[in-house]
Design a protein around this ligand. Sequence first.
Ligand code: LLP
Length: 417
Amino acid sequence: MDYFNYQQDGQLWAEEVALSELAERYGTPLYVYSRATLERHWRAFDQAVADHPHLICYAVKANSNIGVLNVLARLGSGFDIVSQGELERVIAAGGDPAKVVFSGVGKTAAEMKRALALGIKCFNVESEPELIRLNEVAGELGKVAPVSLRINPDVDAQTHPYISTGLRDNKFGIAFERAPEVYRLAHSLPHLKVTGMDCHIGSQLTALDPFIDATDRLLALIDTLKAEGIEIDHLDVGGGLGVTYSSEQPPEPAAYASALLARLTDHPQLELIFEPGRAIAANAGVMLTRVEYLKHTEHKNFAIVDAAMNDLIRPTLYQAWQDIIPVSPREGAAVIYDFVGPICETGDFIGKDRSLCLAEGDLLAVRSAGAYGFVMASNYNTRVRPAEVMVDGEQSHLVRERETLAQLWQSEHILPQ
Ligand code: LLP
């Protein structure tokens, strides 16, 4: 459930603020987030595992605006990061480094140093060379790095191939069969302390089975390691819980958590870590865009809007479907439109074959845009990236200013005479 609803005046609102007012005030395209929705989604995870030791580490990559991170940090959230940039954002937003887990296959020595200096909770290590490098870097700093190994459980997440990460052909993680050997290596290295085990099998999962299969495999591995004297304190099940974009019916965090907890009855002390990104942020945001032109051709009708693939790339990159709804619905016959942007590529679309009654200047909301929306925006076609606004009850806060054209080339240089 989210807080983007039509109110009695027939208009679409975010919490207690009319979206049309925000478009007037801040311009379009515009990303609008709802604080109440972010908090509700985060709490849904936290409360689902209330009685078991746990940490919710929001996946920063889904939406890394420091306003968003700050809202979650105030709830006591941990964070899953994949770069030093994300780590610095967490710190800038008031997040606690002791609740940060560091994922990703390509951590540099400099990134490791910074994370060790700040004292993060754990490095989610994805390969042996990374393990060896982390041991060296920690040794140079006179520190001991807490490590978890990302295990590739080889389960099919049944999602889009670009966002499925738990199969043996993916670049991610350590093969299940090799895991005991790599754990032994980690255990033997002097500047590492084995603390956890993690996995992440994919994103936008709408069934529980793949999560449960992966967890069962990891729990068996944890027991094998324990018999060898290698103790695992936490199990990090990654992110990946799906959301409703159209008719998907993903499990609620409560159902997901109770299925996991039922598996953990023999491991009452094993801390459970979740890394949800999309499930917290996607439906906590919309992207507002205005209709510039309605173009009718013999074969198709196009609504040319002021947002483009540089602002929201999911539809064209993953053939992702995101709902497009009018902020002020109008009476009249609906027409089928393709919603396209001003960029010079056929792939520049936000949605296809949508039936709406429109006029030039109409304001539209692209739903479910809070995750992997702004963060994947670019300046292609020398377009400024949109502004971002956080609604909080009756208030709205500009959490990122719209870029200016001058900013786009301020660090470029022309050649000397
Ligand atoms: N943890 C790790 C290690 C991850 O790689 C990811 C996402 C997450 C957590 C968060 O997953 P979530 O809960 O958001 O599914 N750009 C794509 C999604 C890429 C996801 C990459 N990894 C999209 O727009 O659909």
